[in-house]
Design a protein around this ligand. Structure first.
Ligand code: AMP
Length: 416
């Protein structure tokens, strides 16, 4: 399959080939012709599948063909996070560079006045996060009555982040007749309910099995005591000579602390999370992308949708509470066919989380002990050594026992 078999016009094909893409990804091959026909789409596709181009390319073509330029946006793309909004807007600029279409992005955390000025001058495509878009709507600095195409990107995450009411309010501001595209990494009952509410006879497109991790990602679990995780991480980065690593922590505080500790170990690091200013987040991401920063320590929400080309290493410093977040996290590596490794540093207290993740993945994750870091960490599978006692250790041991013992690190099988 080749890009010029999809019905895209020459201006778009030129922009695609300038990016070095020759073959459409599966979601692109399936979505582009359907969108060009004007159909609604419900697509199950994770980040890294090429979904942004899958909706952007045909959307730009339809807008260009209709030629109906006015002041008000004719396409609206909603995203859950500011970073994703900025990235989608960048893709729109990239793919639309040979077209006379105007696009802009609005999100919170930055001044609203420049956004108002741009909107006043007129745009064809508006990318927005829900909260800031509603701010504009309530100040009447945006008019959504001319929207012909609506895209909800990462709709599952928008629901996770509590945007459902905002989305419904936005839908009420749009004309009834329009084309709707909904992209979601996972299908839950909530997503289905949302989709039923506004999609019109959608074409269902699913490119990855439900909740499966990208197949190009090699996953591994390193068992380690909680207190020694940072030491192991620094060891892995140094020994492996890892150049660019995205590290996930569960909390903002944890992200800050770890970034500080890595710096002390001589590994350049910055934390990104919701408490950082937009400017700081943008700078950290830019530094990381151009290789000036070796590690980026992020919380799930901050990292959602980050598009970093060919990221070779993703580390789960702590496993996420929600198993599906694991899938999102490791989606940062091995993107669009590139090789990637997702490493999870897992202490005994997190075994139940690992079990949930295995259940969601429907496959096991290989466990590899790192010499010098594994000892005393897994009493239940016969690797107990002396000297790991102490109150903290005993307490966590009890916690684990309550969740059910009997599974060892290396048993290689899920219990069902
Ligand atoms: P996305 O899933 O939209 O976040 O895209 C994932 C990554 O794949 C981005 O870095 C894109 O630049 C890249 N990409 C998109 N389409 C293609 C393609 N047809 N061939 C190779 N890479 C692509």
């Amino acid at each position: 399959m080749n890009f010029n078999e999809l019905g895209l016009q020459a201006e778009l094909l030129r922009a695609v080939s300038a990016e070095g893409y020759t073959t459409p990804t599966p979601v692109q091959a399936r979505t582009i012709p359907v969108v060009l026909k004007g159909r609604d789409v419900l697509a199950g596709a994770q980040t890294g599948t090429g979904k942004t181009a899958a909706f952007t390319l045909p959307m730009l073509q339809l807008l260009d063909e209709s030629g109906d330029r006015g002041r008000f946006p004719r396409a609206l793309v909603l995203t859950p996070t500011r970073e994703l909004a900025a990235q989608v807007a960048e893709s729109i600029r990239t793919y639309g560079r040979h077209m006379p279409l105007r696009s802009t992005v609005v999100f919170g955390g930055v001044g609203i006045n420049p956004q108002i000025d741009t909107l006043r001058r007129g745009v064809d495509v508006l990318v927005a996060t829900p909260g800031r878009l509603l701010d504009h709507a309530s100040q009447r600095t945006v008019n959504l009555s001319k929207v012909e195409i609506l895209v909800l990107d990462e709709a599952d995450r928008m629901l996770d982040m509590g945007f459902v009411h905002d989305i419904k309010r936005i839908l009420k501001l749009l004309p009834a007749k329009r084309q709707n595209l909904l992209f979601s990494a996972t299908y839950s009952d909530e997503i289905r309910a949302l989709a039923d509410g506004f999609l019109h006879e959608p074409e269902m497109i699913e490119v990855a099995r439900r909740n499966t991790a990208a197949e190009t990602v090699t996953q591994v679990v390193h068992p380690v005591a909680h207190a020694r995780k940072r030491e192991l991480l620094s060891h892995l980065i140094r020994e492996g000579d890892w150049k660019r690593v995205l590290i996930f922590t569960r909390t903002k505080h944890g992200a800050n602390r770890l970034a500080g500790q890595l710096l002390k170990d001589g590994v350049s690091a910055t934390a990104i999370h919701g408490n950082k200013s937009q400017a700081a987040r943008t700078k950290a991401l830019a530094d990381f992308k151009r290789g000036a920063l070796r590690t980026l320590v992020a919380t799930d929400i901050a990292a959602r949708g980050l598009d970093i080309d060919r990221l070779p290493h993703v580390v789960n410093f702590e496993l996420p509470n929600v198993a599906e977040d694991y899938v999102h996290r490791i989606g940062r590596t091995g993107r669009a066919g590139a090789e990637g490794v997702a490493i999870s540093l897992v202490c005994r207290e997190e075994q139940y989380l690992l079990k949930n993740i295995r259940r969601v993945l429907r496959h096991d994750i290989p466990v590899k002990r790192i010499e010098g870091f594994e000892q005393g960490n897994c009493p239940e599978d016969g690797h107990r050594t002396q000297g790991q006692g102490g109150p903290g250790y005993r307490r966590s041991s009890t916690q684990f026992a309550r969740r059910g013992r009997g599974k060892s690190w290396g048993d290689g099988r899920r219990s069902r």
